[in-house]
Design a protein around this ligand. Structure first.
Ligand code: NAD
Length: 493
């Protein structure tokens, strides 16, 4: 058994002992071994972190040039890449995800950091020169100030790097609270940022629970913006709590994506995409395609082939190179998935594959095989709830209108997929889907320059792209009186 990693908070440029009591122990969800201990922070730790962040903001960082911030961010990206094995191993162990995909997450984080570095050079505003002969209007973007970042456990690095480099590029300073299940990589990258030249106090990490640390950050009067990724339930609590101090709030919340497969699709590609959409990261994915909507004429054959492919995925330990599916985040989660399957059966759904917690060689972990359920109607909980595991609900349709109306019949609006070789149908259906992302003949692809975010109850605001930078800025209008004499065209003063 490897050594248990033991972490303090990271405040003002280095590890800081907690002012709170106790530790949070993280045990592997794959084999039960003790992986790490984090400090259980409290309000006093948050106060110290916010004070450090405010002082760094008022000092050098808030006034630094875009060029300087870009240079440091590029060094930070280099260090993320240089530490890919260490970071990926921690991420794989703490989340319970296959190491191959954890490596991809680290490289994705480095990519996002380079993209944000490029944006730091370009922060600019507007000048209005036609307000009258004696007036000039300037619209400038200023950093928001101290921002609170709160992140979930499913993609600790990726969700963090859809926020952190943009906040830094804008000139903000940060107080971060990672998930209490997976805080390791957030603490490691804070130390790498210091190594890259990020000044003390610019990135502060306070570990602990949402109730003790997360809510203290949200309520803090000296925090200017909260950027949260997590469940819609907690997002709503944060929105309400932020009202007391009228903070800006950006929310990346849950989803219930549909993959719509028409009979004229490339069936092989669609099978791959649908499988990926509900099994990647053990289905613990905000943009999961957890509902399959399939045209009636091909439904039976499609589901049969899909179940066969799902059965061939390799289930294993997170650190095994050939593992496709590893463990779910904790015991309560796997139990809730099994309950969802049972409820769906009681409501009339048919279990085609999976459906049970795995025992045998996996009995010390929280494993579930890919699960496919047919005969799912829109009134069932499986169709409506964000189940957040490798569980696919299957519903059939006969027309494109019916497919769109089924896909949109959810309170969420994060991502959907469309599979057809008919370009007119693909574009028309994409336009009608009420979600921030639509994948056409592919699933889960993206790029740092493309904004990510939700319609409806999937969130507020956008991450990535230029919009992802602008989230961390405030606009200021400055009206300048330039003198009372009107210039006379064609004459010198
Ligand atoms: P969660 O909402 O339970 O927790 C998210 C974070 O909020 C954690 O750090 C938690 O400690 C903290 N928190 C909990 N209560 C809080 C409170 N009252 N005040 C402040 N902070 C609090 O979510 P989770 O279970 O960690 O993650 C899974 C959820 O995240 C899913 O719903 C998933 O869809 C969503 N998610 C969304 C995106 C996206 O980009 N839209 C990405 C990843 C995950």
């Amino acid at each position: 058994m490897s050594v248990v990693r033991s972490y303090n908070h990271y405040i003002d440029g280095g590890p800081k002992k907690s002012l709170g009591q106790g530790v949070i122990a993280r045990h592997s969800s794959a084999h039960g071994g003790h992986l790490a201990d984090y400090a259980a922070g409290n309000q006093h730790d948050v106060d110290a972190a916010v004070a450090a962040a405010r002082s760094a903001f008022n000092g050098e960082w808030g006034n630094s040039t875009g060029e300087r911030r870009a240079t440091i961010l590029n060094r930070f990206a280099d260090l993320l890449e240089a530490n890919v094995e260490k970071l990926a191993t921690i991420e794989a162990e703490e989340v319970g995800k296959p190491i191959r995909f954890a490596r991809g997450e680290v490289m994705g984080a480095a990519n996002l950091t380079r993209f944000a570095a490029a944006l730091a050079w370009q922060l600019s505003g507007e000048a209005f020169t036609h307000l009258g002969p004696d007036k000039l209007g300037l619209v400038t973007r200023e950093p928001c100030g101290v921002v609170g970042l709160i992140t979930p456990w499913n993609f600790p690095l990726l969700t963090l790097f859809q926020k952190l480099p943009y906040a830094l590029a804008a000139g903000c300073t940060v107080v971060l609270k990672p998930s209490e299940f997976t805080s390791g990589t957030s603490l490691e990258v804070a130390a790498l940022a210091t190594q890259a030249g990020v000044p003390a106090g610019v990135i502060n990490v306070v570990t602990g629970t949402g109730d003790a640390v997360g809510s203290a950050i949200v309520a803090h009067p000296d925090v200017d913006l909260i950027s949260f990724t997590g469940s819609t339930r907690v997002g709503k609590q944060i929105l309400r709590a932020a009202a007391d101090t009228v903070k800006k709030v950006a929310l990346e919340l849950g989803g219930k994506g549909a993959n719509i497969v028409f009979a004229d699709a490339d069936i092989e590609a669609a099978l791959d995409g649908v499988l990926l959409g509900f099994t990647f990261n053990q289905g613990q994915l905000c943009v999961a395609g957890s509902r399959l909507l399939v045209e009636s004429s091909i439904a039976a054959a499609f589901v049969e082939q899909l179940a066969a492919r799902a059965g061939r995925l390799r289930i294993g330990l997170p650190l095994n190179e050939d593992t496709d599916i590893a463990s779910l985040i904790h015991q309560g989660h796997v139990e809730s998935l099994v309950r969802h399957v049972k409820t769906a059966q009681e409501e009339g759904a048919t279990l085609v594959a999976g459906g049970k917690r795995l025992g045998g060689e996996f009995e010390n972990g929280f494993y579930m095989a890919p699960t496919v359920m047919t005969d799912v109607r829109p009134d069932m909980r499986l169709f409506r709830d964000e189940v957040f595991g490798p569980v696919l609900s299957v519903t059939t349709f006969d027309t494109a209108d019916e497919a769109v109306s089924l896909a949109n019949d959810t309170e969420y609006g994060l991502a959907n997929g469309v599979w057809t070789k008919d370009i007119d149908k693909a574009l028309t259906v994409s336009r009608c889907l009420r979600s921030g992302t639509v994948f056409v003949n592919t699933y889960l692809e993206g790029a740092p320059q493309m904004p990510l975010g939700g319609f409806k109850q999937s969130g507020l605001g956008r991450e990535n792209g230029l919009e992802g930078l602008h989230e961390y800025t405030e606009l200021k209008s400055t009206v300048i009186k330039t003198g009372s004499r009107a210039p006379v065209l064609g004459h010198t003063m």
